[in-house]
Write a protein that binds this ligand. Structure first.
Ligand code: ZN
Length: 455
């Protein structure tokens, strides 16, 4: 056998074990894996210098263009940022008020023209017409996940998101439920009507001058919303994926739902593991759902350790500093693609909270399995795409938003020191990021259709 590339002298990380070894790559895929003695004839040999090599991160929660960037320009910046962060696949949310087919065609075309890494799409569901398209999207178009934005209605219905009522949730879940294991509903679980009342009361009392965003949508608002969609899922047989969970109560809610026979997968984001009201700016760090308290951070780590929360997404949304100056009117969200691995390696692995194998599991393997990208993506095994993040667990430095290729000038992580950083990223066997330099190319990213959501 002769191959294109032989990666030597790495510590290969899989969900079950890590071992010192070599990886052969041919035509963009993994052609062979073995220990230190494994060798084949190769056009190019790269020495990993004893560093850990993980499957490329798959970020299932990315918003390109939010809130109002030129979509193509932000696609370039977001996917360059992904490359720097060791992220080789991003799943973006399409939320336009268009027929799903049309929205997907536009999305694929402009993604493949601009992206530096691979990508796929979830579609937001807002109308009965879109619900009617779901079976065909799943069977023929490679989209098997549909997002229901519970809180973006009324005054919070930020365009292009339009509010949905319980009827839409019911009809959407019913359609997805009919497809059995093939599709899944994604839920942003927060009850917004409680927020409106709290806002009214806070503004009247002047309490909002010192409040944190979590005070406007407390933990139980997430809990109530989880219980509601679990009831809907039970009634319709719809599999659930709860995006960006934040509360210390979420773990028990997932366990209870599972005990009742509901198929539910939980996601949290790096920000809910390490950021809280004590270490962030009360106004600028505004995000939905909100950053909470230290005890919630620790509960999220615990839910990961116990295998209850199984996927990490970032909710990456490149909001600029100028749009984050007002407590009520500031735009929610912030960027996160570059900081996923630093957060998990520094605060997780190097502080003994999780193993490096767990990082491979929650950032790649589980995500690929959940969303139908496995076995093409998600694992270092023969036949899979040669997507890798090479990381240095000893490298210690501060994150700097100014040095980021991202479009925004704001990050809540700016200035925070992390120990453990991605140093090289490979996309289908090509080195696209190498020690600070982006080597990838615009338009190299491919749309990856997803046909089989698995547990
Ligand atoms: Zn989101």
């Amino acid at each position: 056998m002769s191959v294109d590339l032989l990666l030597k002298n790495g510590i290969i990380v899989t969900p079950s074990k890590s071992f010192r070894g070599n990886i052969a790559v041919k035509d963009g895929r993994i052609a062979g894996i073995g220990g230190e003695e494994f060798s084949v004839e190769a056009d190019e040999v790269a020495d990993l210098g004893g560093k850990h090599i993980l499957p490329g991160v798959i970020d299932p929660h990315v918003h390109i263009g939010w809130p109002s960037w030129d979509w193509e320009e932000d696609c370039i910046c977001t996917t360059r940022t992904a490359a720097v962060g060791g992220v080789t696949t991003v799943i973006h949310f399409l939320n336009e008020p268009l027929p799903l087919h049309e929205e997907l065609s536009i999305g694929i075309e402009r993604f493949e023209r601009n992206a530096y890494v691979d990508g796929s799409f979830h579609e937001g569901i807002f109308t009965q017409g879109q619900i009617d398209e779901i079976p065909d999207m799943v069977e023929t178009r490679g989209v098997n996940t549909f997002k229901f934005y519970l809180p973006y209605k009324g005054a919070e219905a930020v365009p292009p998101l339009v509010g949905i009522d319980d009827g839409i949730i019911y009809a959407g879940f019913k359609e997805i439920g009919k497809l059995k294991e093939k599709a899944r509903a994604l839920i942003h679980a927060e009850n917004i009507e409680i927020f409106y009342k709290i806002k009214e009361q806070m503004q009247a009392s002047g309490e909002d001058a010192s409040a944190y965003w979590t005070d406007t949508r407390p933990n139980w608002v997430e809990v109530e919303s989880i219980r509601k969609v679990v009831a809907f899922a039970k009634g319709t047989g719809c599999p659930l994926y709860l995006v960006h969970l934040t509360t210390k109560e979420a773990k028990e809610e997932i366990l209870r739902a599972r005990a009742e026979g509901v198929d539910v997968i939980g996601e949290t984001c790096p920000q809910y593991l390490v950021l809280n009201v004590e270490n962030t700016d009360r106004v600028k760090s505004k995000v939905n759902p909100p950053l909470r308290h230290r005890e919630d951070n620790e509960a999220m780590w615990q839910a990961i350790q116990e295998g209850v929360i199984t996927c990490i997404g970032t909710d990456h949304a490149s909001v600029a500093l100028k749009d984050k100056q007002d407590f009520w009117d500031g735009i929610v969200g912030f960027a996160g693609l570059e900081t996923t691995l630093p957060v998990l390696l520094s605060e997780g692995v190097n502080k003994g909270r999780i193993s490096i194998e767990k990082v491979a599991e929650i950032t790649s393997y589980n995500v690929a399995k959940t969303f139908g990208l496995y076995p093409q993506k998600g694992s270092i095994e023969v036949g899979a795409d040669a997507d890798f993040a090479v990381v240095d667990l000893e490298m210690e430095k501060a994150y700097s938003v100014r040095e980021s290729p991202n479009i925004t000038d704001y990050s809540p992580y700016d200035g925070m020191v992390f120990k453990g950083w991605p140093i090289q990223t490979y996309l289908r066997g090509r080195l696209i990021f190498d020690h600070g330099t982006i080597l990838g190319e615009k338009g190299a990213g491919k749309f990856i259709p997803r046909f089989s959501a698995q547990k």
